[in-house]
Write a protein that binds this ligand. Sequence first.
Ligand SMILES: [Zn+2]
Length: 115
Amino acid sequence: MNFFVQGPSSISWTMIHEVGHTLGLPDEYTYNRSAASPAPTCTYKGADNPDKSITLSASRIPPAAVGQHSFDNASVMGESGNTNYPDNLFYWVAIEVKKILADEGVSADVKIVAR
Ligand SMILES: [Zn+2]
């Protein structure tokens, strides 16, 4: 079975971003922080990969209101229109596979490897 997500560019990006949420991925952006620092962070549990913490960067998208600050990350879960899929977005797959194998009595290292 093939599943295609198509539409004008901003709609396509929004749809694939929302598919990420259905898999449990968090937003990697905020447009309503009251302070410029510290920048917000997001930590991905790595199973057999090291945990990975993302520190969001100042966003090119204006904050939600005057006096607030906006941040995002250069990934499909962070920056509008960005289609980067860093390996940490797939760490949950390793966690689930490791649990499935453990339920079957198999002890294995399960890592997501970027290519
Ligand atoms: Zn989102």
